[in-house]
Design a protein around this ligand. Structure first.
Ligand SMILES: [Zn+2]
Length: 120
């Protein structure tokens, strides 16, 4: 139910991303960085959230990464892809890449569901 304190859509999107990313980091903490096996410090998108809106909250598209790979190596994407193939298989990665160009506008209801579903 909307209230005076409800967040703007951009803020709600940021909140949902923060909660989702924390869930990803926790899921992957023992697996290590998808690109190099290092310590999981971030949740990194394989296909960027800004350009691939449908995959912003996709459990396959977002994986634990170290700070170095996520920030300084801009995702370390060649190694990221190798890590994804090892984790999920070539077919899944191809599906992700084919699906990636779809545009999705996330609704308030969906974002609120993500906040609730992934909250730890
Ligand atoms: Zn790394």
């Amino acid at each position: 139910m909307p209230s005076k304190t409800s967040l703007t859509l951009p803020k709600l999107t940021a909140k949902a991303q923060k909660i989702f990313n924390a869930w990803i980091r926790n899921r992957d903490k023992d697996l290590g960085c998808i690109s190099c096996g290092g310590e999981v410090q971030h949740a990194g998108h394989y296909l960027s959230a800004g350009h691939h809106t449908a995959l912003r909250f996709d459990e396959y598209n977002v994986n634990g990464q170290c700070l170095r790979c996520n920030n300084f190596l801009h995702g370390n994407l060649i190694r990221y892809r190798q890590g994804l193939v090892a984790k999920y298989g070539e077919n899944k990665v191809n599906l992700l890449e084919n699906y990636g160009s779809r545009v999705k506008k996330w609704s308030r209801l969906e974002l609120e569901w993500i906040c609730q579903n992934y909250k730890q």
